[in-house]
Design a protein around this ligand. Structure first.
Ligand SMILES: Nc1ncnc2c1ncn2[C@@H]1O[C@H](COP(=O)(O)OP(=O)(O)OP(=O)(O)O)[C@@H](O)[C@H]1O
Length: 369
């Protein structure tokens, strides 16, 4: 049974087990190298624990954002990390520090960087379909765990799926639980941030969010990993939303050249408008694409448009340097609406239904960093 006293009505958890240290972070850690990455309100830097000599990633989160105290959002992020502690595919939390202005999460360092880098890489560095199968299984195992714990991530995208190493290609770690929510015994979420290319149609339609909302994003993620193309990306935000809302996806041979039909079938089971008809993480883990890899899967590099030859042997991934310049964060939306969170796969009624709200003040603010 969920402990309701630990949650507010927005599905945020307000109680954590981790001790928040108030001694100086820098007394215990040395910062090394350049930034590992950067988000809207956080900077992530590599650090070494002085006592153990172990490398970690320190995520420095500002407590005040746009004039508002967001400490509870960070507590929620910590609580979600705690609930996924036993899962190897969710980044682990080592320690937490607090200063007057920041909370510092000391995380496991995923040194291979974002899978985004390989998604947009040239053919030699791009994933093979076999790579994508292995990584998709890991992403699904992590997400299935979260869903089992009644947690939805709500911001799954290639920038939030990291690798333990890029050369050789390591294992995945899911990061950034800043938008995550508990789905059990919760009335509504009033404010949701999402990334236009990855948001599910129910987000745009003010319909209930559920574990199925993450499954849509996994469909988009898999499409990007296999093709190097973003399925819904339009010339502008409105076009992107329209593409999402109409599930306007290109499954043509041109885009999926050299990719197995089972992979396309897998994506099609996720990019389904009605959340109730979308495959769950458990369903996906049983999909033949992830279980039948040798008989039907192409072993060439993904990104068929860049593919020199289907039979080219797999080359190792390029070493993405985590200490190189931080990637530019993608534009984000603040969507202010009333969402209902469903405990299951979207079977509850919408808090507020209605047509696709182009004309409504759905998008309160856009932040481009
Ligand atoms: N544990 C980690 N190991 C290595 N790099 C990391 C780690 N955590 C985060 N990063 C890098 O820092 C970037 C920003 O981190 P994160 O997404 O958690 O920040 P955020 O401010 O919450 O982001 P957003 O603006 O997308 O909400 C990631 O995309 C990744 O490149």
């Amino acid at each position: 049974m969920p402990d309701c006293t630990m949650m507010n009505k927005n599905g945020m958890v307000s109680k954590i087990q981790t001790r928040i240290r108030t001694d100086h972070f820098k007394s215990n850690y040395d910062l090394v190298g350049k930034e590992l990455g950067r988000g809207k309100f956080a900077v992530v830097k590599k650090c070494v624990e002085k006592v153990t000599g172990k490398e970690h990633a320190a995520k420095f989160l500002r407590k005040r954002r746009k004039g508002e105290d967001c400490r509870m959002d960070i507590i929620n992020e910590i609580a979600v990390l705690e609930s996924a502690k036993a899962n190897p595919f969710v980044v682990s939390l080592h320690e937490v520090y607090e200063t007057a202005t920041e909370i510092i999460l000391v995380l496991e360092c995923a040194a291979g960087g974002e899978i985004f880098n390989q998604c947009v890489a040239d053919s030699d560095d791009a994933f093979t379909e076999k790579d994508v199968i292995r990584l998709a299984r890991q992403i699904l195992a992590g997400v299935a765990w979260l869903h089992h714990k009644n947690v939805v991530h709500l911001d799954l995208k290639p920038q939030n799926i990291l690798l333990t190493s890029s050369h050789p290609l390591g294992d995945i770690r899911i990061v950034d639980f800043g938008l995550s929510r508990r789905t059990d015994n919760v009335k509504e979420v009033r404010e949701i941030l999402g990334t236009p290319e990855y948001v599910a149609p129910e987000i745009l339609n003010y319909e209930p969010l559920s574990t199925a909302t993450d499954m849509w994003s996994i469909g988009v993620l898999t499409y990007v990993m296999l093709t190097g193309e973003s399925p819904f990306l339009g010339d502008n935000k409105q076009e992107t939303f329209l593409n999402v809302s109409q599930v306007n996806v290109d499954y043509s041979q041109e885009v999926f050249q050299g990719v197995s039909s089972l992979a396309i079938d897998f994506i099609k089971s996720l990019l389904v408008k009605n959340p109730r008809h979308r495959a769950t993480a458990e369903d996906c883990l049983k999909h033949p694409w992830l279980n039948n890899s040798h008989s039907h899967t192409h072993t060439g590099h993904a990104h068929p448009r860049l593919l020199p030859s289907m039979d080219e042997p797999e080359t190792s991934q390029s070493e993405s340097d985590p200490e190189s310049e931080s990637p530019a964060p993608s534009p984000e939306l603040v969507i202010v609406a009333s969402y209902t969170l469903c405990p299951g796969q979207g079977e509850m009624k919408a808090g507020r239904g209605g047509a696709f709200p182009f004309e409504e003040p759905l998008i309160q603010q856009e932040v481009i960093c």
